[in-house]
Design a protein around this ligand. Structure first.
Ligand code: UD1
Ligand code: CA
Length: 462
């Protein structure tokens, strides 16, 4: 097949009642329009062009570099939107697939089927239609006595006799590109909305004796157009089920799939277990046998095989094989946990490497640090990495033992196998195998507590 996809996305989406353009609203962490782009590419379209208008800069920033953009300054209708893309398209020949940026559930199979049907029938256009229980708001497919499509009539332009038609135009088409551009000037704004309707091309083609064909989808969800936040939630739900079903069939356990949200770019290994209230988003990869959740969010991260993430947040980080995270840990961008490493309870780590088998088990903040293998970081340890102006690095070498409640005042280095005394503020490097300790000596006052108790008892007797 030789096809180019044109995605119409210039509309405002008034019913979203939003400062964000409609196609920029997200479904499972990805902008709505990216689903349409991905489906077009997966269907085999060689080139993808988007027509933008409302919030053009925002929309363009969400598109991959290989998607080109035409700006429709004024939204004069779907036909006008296609006219705006004439320049990059004219003379390209082959099939032109026209899609709406607000139909994120359309599958590559359906797009490819539509192109195949047009190419085999040689039609000027092949429409994707659907039979809906409630067709209101949609353009209707008007068929002649011979059963052939004669025209598409917009809801607002329906005659009394056409009101009963339940076959609708889904807004997805495959045109013969050169035939389309040869006739596009014939569109007028002589209709209820005073717009150039792309749908009027059907009647134009018929008048020219050109062939118009139609393909009907049997999945009413696929063509769901998102016009409101209610439909956005519906589309998210359908996408969530679709994605979860695919992963479960590939060997992922979800104890309650309704409570697990997995983005479209996430890859999951076999025997991964996802507990309720788990969100896996962005470019995330989870290795075989890893367990995530409950109550966890992992974004743009890698969780290697056999690792466990419990009630934690992991962003732009790497969790090594059999490493453990949580409960209640926060791994911020640039964190790398080595094999069998541990980021335990109430631990925050940022831009740091925790080496193989090293443990940060409780109540710590580790930032801009490099921890070797087999080190142990005691409860309450904090890297004081920020002096108010600059960030400084902390290095903890292999096998070091950091006592509880150590303040590591960076830049500082704790040598191989070195130890720091509990409650020390360490601002000087500790050489290999040494002890670094910084705390004042303890005073012990014999009998002090007993004396105080006696005095208190005396006071309350009076
Ligand atoms: C359109 C169809 C209708 C179909 C319905 C399916 C027309 C005239 N009508 O109606 O037959 O049943 O889709 O959902 O085509 N857009 C632009 N520039 C414009 C106008 C629209 O880019 O000037 C884009 C919108 O952003 C949207 C798409 O085109 O992504 C469809 O436009 P919309 O206004 O939603 O058309 P509908 O009234 O839904
Ligand atoms: Ca629409």
């Amino acid at each position: 097949m030789s096809a180019v996809a044109l995605i119409l996305a210039a509309g405002e989406g008034t019913r979203m009642k939003s400062a964000t353009p409609k196609v920029a609203h997200s479904i499972l962490g990805e902008p709505m329009i990216s689903y349409v782009v991905d489906s077009a590419k997966a269907a085999g379209c060689e080139r993808v062009i988007a027509v933008t208008g409302h919030g053009a800069d925002t929309v363009q920033s969400l598109l991959a570099d290989d998607v080109s953009v035409c700006v429709q300054e004024e939204q004069l209708g779907t036909g006008h939107a296609v006219m705006c893309a004439r320049e990059p398209l004219v003379g390209s020949g082959g099939s032109l697939v026209v899609l709406s940026g607000d139909t994120p559930l359309l599958t590559p199979e359906t797009i490819a089927g539509l192109v195949a049907m047009r190419e085999s029938s040689g039609a000027a256009v092949t429409l994707l239609t659907a039979h809906l229980a409630d067709p209101s708001g949609y353009g209707r497919i008007v068929r002649g006595r011979d059963g052939q499509v004669d025209a598409i009539v917009e809801h607002k332009d329906l005659t009394a006799k056409q009101q009963h038609i339940d076959e609708v135009n889904t807004g997805t088409y495959c045109f013969d590109a050169s035939v389309l551009f040869a006739h596009l000037d014939r569109l007028s704004t002589d209709n209820a909305q005073g717009e150039y309707y792309l749908t009027d091309m059907v009647a134009v083609f018929k008048a020219e004796g050109l062939l118009v064909s139609a393909m009907s989808t049997d999945d009413p969800f696929e063509t769901l157009g998102v016009n409101s936040r209610v439909q956005l939630a519906e589309a998210s739900k359908i996408m969530q089920r679709r994605i979860n079903r695919r992963h479960m069939l590939e060997g992922v356990t979800m104890t309650d799939p309704d409570l697990v949200w997995v983005g479209p770019r996430v890859s999951l290994g076999r025997d991964v277990v996802l507990e309720p209230m788990t969100f896996l988003m962005g470019q995330t990869r989870v290795g075989d046998g890893a367990r995530i959740g409950p109550n966890s969010r992992v974004t743009d991260s890698t969780v290697e095989e056999g690792a466990v993430v419990d009630s934690s947040v992991v962003i732009e980080s790497k969790v090594g094989p059999k490493a453990t995270v949580g409960p209640v840990a926060f791994l911020r961008p640039g964190t790398v946990l080595g094999e069998r490493a541990k980021a335990g309870t109430s631990v925050e780590i940022k831009n740091s490497v925790i080496g193989e088998g090293s443990k940060v088990p409780h109540l710590s903040y580790i930032g801009d640090a490099e921890i070797g293998a087999g080190a142990n970081v005691g409860a309450g340890t904090i890297t004081c990495n920020y002096d108010g102006v600059h960030k400084h690095r902390t290095v903890i070498e292999d096998g070091a033992f950091i006592g509880s409640d150590t303040m590591l005042i960076a830049p500082v280095r704790i040598g191989r196998g070195a130890v720091t005394g509990a409650a020390s503020a360490i601002s000087n490097d500790v050489p290999d195998g040494a002890l670094g300790i910084e705390r004042s000596e303890q005073r012990t006052l014999e009998g002090w507590a007993e004396r105080r108790r006696r005095e208190r008892d005396k006071d309350s007797d009076e």
